[in-house]
Write a protein of this length. Structure first.
Length: 171
């Protein structure tokens, strides 16, 4: 579901609107046609059990979208807010040298994902290997004109984080 709603809706012949929404009935139909056993009850269960709150239903429950993490162009209508002074980014230690050269870049996604909780960043970093947590001087970035978006599930998003705003862990 993440792959289809965030990256490749065309895999199952799905169309995503400008804000990332798809009709639930269309998703269920297209998933079924692609051989994926998905029904409304299972979809609701996935939504309830996903501790990252990656997906949202529209207010009327007829549409669904991924909350963030897209590599396709969508306008999620997220609020631009002043971030806390410090945010965190979890990654794997094997990426540190590249980050020291280029900073944090969104790569295939639309935004760099940041967390206000160090433990959340550790969990994210573990998905990619041996985890490490980078501290981001978000307040300083914001004062310099960088935009930060805040998603309903607590993820902070920005287009990039320059090296000079990253505090690397002491090895």
């Amino acid at each position: 579901m993440s792959s289809v709603l965030r990256h490749k809706p065309e895999l199952i012949g799905l169309s995503v609107d400008h804000a990332g929404w798809v009709e639930v009935d269309e998703l269920l139909f297209r998933a079924s046609q692609a051989g994926v056993a998905l029904n409304r009850k299972l979809l609701e269960q996935v939504m309830r059990q996903n501790n990252k709150q990656r997906f949202s239903f529209s207010d009327d429950g007829l549409r669904i979208r991924a909350n963030y993490g897209h590599s396709i162009p969508v306008d999620l209508g997220l609020a631009s807010l002043a971030p806390p002074d410090t945010l965190f980014h979890g990654t794997a230690t094997r990426f540190l040298e590249a980050i020291k050269r280029k900073g944090l870049v969104s790569r295939q996604r639309n935004y760099v994902h940041l967390s206000s909780e160090q433990q959340t960043a550790i969990t994210v970093g573990r998905r990619h290997g041996r985890p490490t947590v980078l501290t981001v001087e978000a307040g300083r970035m914001y004062a310099r004109g960088f935009e930060f978006l805040y998603s309903a599930d607590g993820v902070w998003l920005t287009e990039k984080v320059p090296v000079e705003h990253i505090i690397f862990p002491v090895s």
